[in-house]
Write a protein that binds this ligand. Structure first.
Ligand SMILES: Cc1cc2nc3c(=O)[nH]c(=O)nc-3n(C[C@H](O)[C@H](O)[C@H](O)COP(=O)(O)O)c2cc1C
Length: 240
C-alpha cells in the first residue's frame, strides 16, 4: 500500500548506497515522473525536462561526471532534471492554444479571456525576450525605478529567470522523490557534478541547464549515512 504524504516525507532520505539485488520497475519510476510534472511551475511554463537513464554506458558516464559518488555509482537508474529556459516561446504558445481551446469549450467572460491571453502573448514575451543579457538589465533598471513608487516584479534579469526555472524544476524533483518514497523506492538528489559534462553526455542544447541528478534504487542496509539532522524548527519558523 502506498504511504501517506507524511509517511512518504518521513521515509525519504538521501540514500547513498543502493541494494544491487533489488530491481526497481521502469514503469513505476515513470509513474513517479508523471507526478513530477504535476508540480506547480512559474507561469505554468514548464521549463523542465527529465532524462530517465537506464542505459548502463550512459549511466556510467553520468556517474563519472558525478565524481563517482556512491549515490550515482550504485544507483539502478538515474533521473536528470533539466531546466529549459530557452523553450519559453514554445511553452507560452502551448499555454495559449490550451487556453484558446478551453475558451471555445466553455463560456468565459471576455475580459477574463483577454487578460489570460495577453499574459502569454504580451507579458511573458516582455519578461523572457533577451539580448545578451542587456535587455534584462534595462528592464531591471526600469522596474527598479518604478518600484520606488509601487510594488513591482523585479525578477527580470537573465540570472533571475534562471532561478525562476530552477525553482520550478526543484519542485518537480521533490514531487518525484516523494512519489518514489511513497512506493518504497529511494532517491538521492545530487548537485555535486560536472554539469557541463552531463549536458554533453545527454546531448543537450546550449540553453539547457542541469538542475540535479537523482539516484534511484532501493536502499542498502548501510545506504543512509546517519540519523536525520535538522536545525530546531523554532530557528526557521517565524509566526507573524
Ligand atoms: C539540491 C541538492 C543537492 C544535493 N547534492 C548532493 C550531492 O551531490 N551528493 C549527496 O550525497 N547528497 C546531496 N544532497 C543531499 C543532501 O546532502 C541531503 O538532502 C541532506 O543532507 C539532508 O538529508 P536527507 O535528504 O536524508 O534528509 C543534495 C540535496 C539537495 C537538495
Amino acid at each position: 500500500m502506498e504511504k501517506t504524504v507524511s509517511e512518504a516525507i518521513a521515509y525519504r532520505r538521501s540514500v547513498r548506497i543502493y541494494n544491487s539485488d533489488e530491481e526497481i520497475s521502469y514503469e513505476k519510476v515513470v509513474d513517479c515522473l508523471k507526478n513530477a510534472v504535476l508540480a506547480p511551475t512559474s507561469s505554468n511554463l514548464q521549463l523542465w525536462e527529465f532524462y530517465h537513464v537506464l542505459d548502463k554506458t550512459t549511466k556510467d558516464s553520468i556517474s563519472k561526471a558525478c565524481f563517482n559518488q556512491p549515490a550515482a555509482k550504485t544507483a539502478q537508474q538515474l533521473v536528470v532534471v533539466v531546466t529549459r529556459k530557452d523553450l519559453w516561446r514554445k511553452r507560452a504558445k502551448a499555454n495559449l492554444s490550451f487556453l484558446e481551446h478551453q475558451f471555445k469549450k466553455e463560456e468565459t467572460d471576455n475580459s477574463k479571456k483577454k487578460i489570460a491571453l495577453s499574459y502569454y502573448k504580451k507579458l511573458i514575451p516582455s519578461l523572457y525576450t533577451e539580448f545578451l543579457g542587456i535587455l534584462g538589465l534595462v528592464k531591471y533598471g526600469i522596474f527598479s525605478t518604478m518600484g520606488l513608487f509601487k510594488p513591482m516584479y523585479r525578477q527580470v534579469r537573465q540570472s533571475d529567470l534562471r532561478i525562476v526555472a530552477h525553482k520550478s524544476a526543484a519542485l518537480a524533483a521533490q514531487n518525484f522523490m516523494i512519489s518514489m518514497a511513497a512506493i518504497g523506492y529511494d532517491t538521492c538528489p545530487m548537485e555535486g557534478s560536472d554539469t557541463k559534462r552531463i549536458k554533453k553526455i545527454l546531448n543537450l542544447p546550449w540553453g539547457a541547464e542541469i538542475n540535479m541528478v537523482i539516484g534511484c534504487g532501493i536502499r542498502d542496509s548501510k545506504g543512509v549515512y546517519g540519523p536525520r539532522f535538522r536545525v530546531p524548527f523554532k530557528e526557521v519558523y517565524y509566526k507573524l
